[in-house]
Design a protein around this ligand. Structure first.
Ligand code: HEM
Length: 502
């Protein structure tokens, strides 16, 4: 009976789609048809082109850029999208204080992340951004250094005991657990120690969910709810969301109980005192007021889910691809090590203090260069909420615009020999002359990454520790890149390790 019902639903949806597409002749579509792009077919538009394998999606976008230039129009069914590959078009959107609404694709994150900082807009976003910004003040971030060092040591031991044998292995899932422990213990103030305890089903569920959500984002057929419900993905999707929400609720319950035991019911009005509170992020959410009201439970859960995801999957990708790049360039690896020797007067057993991290200038260029070639967030999308003009390009209200950071950062007009890994390009006169919007790994403008300093600090601690302990060797496996919400590799990110003689 239920399958019969679903089939009726599919017919119902097909008719709606046809009607929507007959209603095709509307001004925003006529306007977008003026840009170059693949010829849309009746009904599906260019939707059929997007029915590809995960690993073919980034090459597909690359092909559009090659064939049609830096602003490309595509249609998914009746919906027009504009793909942008150049900072001259991207800068006016990203730096605007008005164009802050995320694109249609982000609706696929709502079941999981609700309307947290990443996905919300308007008054709610402004209020939460203002309210949460102090939790990323550098006074707070300094408190997290001992957490990062503790977890880095667990990682190094694990690598030394199980992976330091010149055999190739996938680094991604190992770093994911380190990054998960870092975010849970620092800004959530709760310790699960997943690195030592288990193969976390939290990490596995994020991977599954990311794959399914990005499939929905790029495949307009799977995106239609009636079709999706008939696919085997639906069950995995529901199961993963259940596990992730369950984990978040556990984090919140533990912290609430701790606050109850300590008889803490509100945060002091004085923000300076709030800032010195070690777990300001979670305590701000649980104890403070916005517009005179406590934040409701669902909104707290949404922010915790958002920061748990954004705060660990992105840095996992960043750390993993940086170490992968270093495996390929031994001379650059040697320079990173040399910088560490200089900072610690040749005593590589010393742990970093906060000021040491500021001295890791060369490592910073390595991280920037690896985020240029392998940006953790390869694509971002905005809904254009008013008729706009971008470097002469007219965009009608209600058009979704996808900013392809991945290919922009490999654009030959912006970077010479763009595929070469060369950290020095971030420390040269050419860097000062380059358009600052040509590097958008953390985005920019009002909706830039709130966790940028946290991420830089964590990446420096982990990468420096690995380089001090091991020599990283390359393998002959090239990552099969896919944009599954964040940048991942279908066949893993493989390296080999041998111990360093200190
Ligand atoms: C290498 C690490 C990271 C990279 C490359 C990165 C990149 C980005 C990018 C590109 C955006 C803009 C997304 C968009 O416009 O849709 C963003 C937003 C965001 N990031 Fe990060 N991120 C990183 C780490 C973190 C960390 C560690 C946290 C939290 C602790 C975090 C929390 C967020 C949040 C909450 C937003 C939404 C901000 C808003 O819209 O106001 N990110 N990030």
């Amino acid at each position: 009976l239920s399958t019969g019902f679903e089939i009726c639903n599919v017919f119902h949806y097909s008719i709606i789609l046809i009607i929507k597409n007959i209603y095709f002749i509307e001004p925003r579509l006529l306007l977008t048809l003026k840009y170059k792009g693949p010829t849309p077919l009746p009904l599906v538009g260019n939707g059929h082109l997007f029915v590809t394998r995960r690993t073919q999606f980034l090459p597909l976008l690359n092909g559009f850029q090659r064939d049609y230039g830096d602003a490309v129009r595509v249609h998914l069914f009746h919906n027009p999208y504009v793909l942008l590959y150049h900072p001259k078009y991207i800068e006016p959107i990203i730096s605007s204080t008005e164009l802050i609404t995320k694109g249609k694709s982000y609706t696929f994150l709502h079941d999981w992340l609700g309307f947290g900082l990443l996905t919300s807009t308007g008054h709610k976003w402004r209020a939460h951004r203002k309210f949460l910004t102090p939790a990323f003040h550098f006074n707070i971030l300094q408190n997290f250094l001992p957490v990062f060092i503790k977890n880095e040591k667990i990682l190094i031991n694990k690598l030394r005991n199980s992976y330091c044998n010149e055999k190739s292995f996938d680094l991604f899932p190992i770093i994911a657990l380190t990054a998960l422990d870092n975010i849970t213990e620092s800004i959530m103030g709760v310790s699960f120690n997943t690195q030592e305890n288990c193969h976390s089903n939290y990490v596995k569920s994020i991977e599954t969910l990311s794959q399914i959500i990005s499939l929905k984002m790029r495949n307009p057929f799977v995106a239609e709810e009636a079709f999706f419900r008939l696919t085997p993905y639906k069950k995995s999707y529901d199961d993963a969301i259940k596990i992730l929400h369950g984990h978040t609720k556990k984090v919140l319950a533990i912290r609430k109980e701790e606050l109850k035991q300590a008889n803490i019911e509100s945060l002091p009005e004085n923000t300076e005192i709030g800032i010195r509170n070690k777990h300001a992020f979670i305590d701000l959410l649980l104890l403070s007021k916005i517009d005179g009201k406590r934040i409701d439970e669902e909104a707290v859960r949404e922010e915790v889910d958002t920061f748990m995801f954004e705060g660990h999957d992105t840095t996992t990708s960043g750390i993993t691809f940086a170490l992968f790049c270093l495996s390929k360039y031994q001379d650059i690896q040697e320079k990173v090590l040399q910088e560490q020797r200089e900072i610690y007067d040749d005593d590589l057993s010393k742990d970093p203090i906060y000021s040491d991290l500021q001295k890791m200038k060369y490592l910073e260029t390595v991280i920037k260069e690896s985020l240029r070639l392998y940006p953790s967030v390869p694509l971002i999308e905005r809904m254009i909420t008013k008729d706009s003009e971008l470097a002469g390009l007219k965009i009608k209200k209600n058009t979704s615009v996808i900013m392809d950071i991945f290919h922009m950062q490999r654009h030959p007009d912006l970077y010479d020999n763009p595929l070469e890994f060369r950290p020095e390009r971030f420390d040269s006169p050419a860097n000062a002359a380059r358009n600052p919007f040509a590097w958008l790994a953390f985005s920019a403008g009002p909706r830039n990454c709130i966790g940028q300093k946290f991420a830089m600090m964590e990446m420096k601690v982990v990468i420096a520790a690995v380089i001090k302990s091991f020599k990283i060797l390359p393998t002959d496996v090239e990552p099969a890149l896919c944009s599954d919400l964040i940048l991942r590799s279908k066949n893993g990110v493989k390296i080999k390790l041998i111990p360093r003689i200190k």
